[in-house]
Ligand binder design. Sequence first.
Ligand code: URA
Length: 436
Amino acid sequence: MRMYDIIEKKQLGNALTEEEINFFVHGFTVGKIPDYQMSALLMAIYFQGMNGVEQAALTKAMVQSGEIIDLSQISGIKVDKHSTGGVGDNVSLIAMPIVASLGVPVAKMSGRGLGHTGGTIDKLESIPGFHVEMTNKQFYDLVNKNKLAIIGQSDKLTPADKKIYSLRDVTATVSSIPLIASSIMSKKIAAGADAIVLDVKTGAGAFMKDYASSKQLAEAMVTIGKQVNKTTVAIISDMSQPLGNAIGNALEVKEAIETLKGIGPKDLTEIVIKVASEMIVLANKTTNIDIAREMVKETLENGKALDMFYLFVQSQGGDAEIIYHPDQLPQAKYTHTIYAEQSGYISELIANEIGVAAMMLGAGRVTKDSVLDLSAGILLHKKVGETVKKDEPLLTLHYNTVSNENLTSIIKKINNSIRISSEKPEMNPLIYEIIR
Ligand code: URA
């Protein structure tokens, strides 16, 4: 088999066979296929696409390139949840204890955040003492005992994806849907999930900014799931404005606790209930999504989900008392509130701009090695569709080490990302569609 022929075949728009896909994934991972040939193939895939069978074969080949986590020591159906990334997206922090409190084992492997979207582990590490360092055996034991544990993603998972992603990053091929879908799904499958709930974000703050591509991505991932026998459900949800009111690690933990207490923001609560209900169904706790929804609401109302969060934090070394004393989470030294310059309706809060502003305050990583300021971030006082009066607070910045010059440019960025109109704006749906 020759890489040249595979490139030419894809360039002409033909489907590659499983053998051909295995050949280039393996060959590139072990260094036998040079970057220039792989780049040419990635560009051919970018323009010609891949059918469902090819995408599944690519996913499987990337899974096979590294360690595959065996969760068989944990009893029950392991359902994983993945978000394609958004601003203020702390759904995992809330959905995990909810489903665990209903008896679904949650063995979560998670990465850290980069850029304006945050990582679940970073958020949890804002709880004093919380850590994810443990052996795989300790991790399995903890899930069997408590139903919920989180560990950092092994760097031995899907080395092919890592190498291919680095090349995509410098060859303008990141935005190819078959490549994104197989990249995401390979990591979920290698992490040992039996079934997967995907929260595919759409809008300004999302990886996929327009609805048509978000839907294509969701469909591609669900198809891959079917082909590899991992039931996958994708929820397409809005990310034109930040989710909930908090952006930033400790601020999002506090908001997650409020949501577990039943006093969280409406949009966040709604997405959490939807994600958790789908997870309950995939875990076979019920086949009826309406019953699942009632189960989720009940565990929120009776405090069992909050108790599970307490147990989870305590078992991973964290100070679980922050649940009752959230003021003991890291607090920023300085705050700066931005007020409305006119009365009207909030018609836009551009999610990615606000996310980047939060990152500039220290809440996100600019590069892989950046040190996070866990207390930094932004609290929104108004969301799209709400009315505001002149001089009412719109949002508050929380920060420690930002220079006056940087603060001025952050404030400018935020002012450019908020629109107030005299007309009530048309609202995007919070949940667009569920792809099964
Ligand atoms: N996230 C991933 O894991 N892979 C991609 O290709 C894009 C986003």
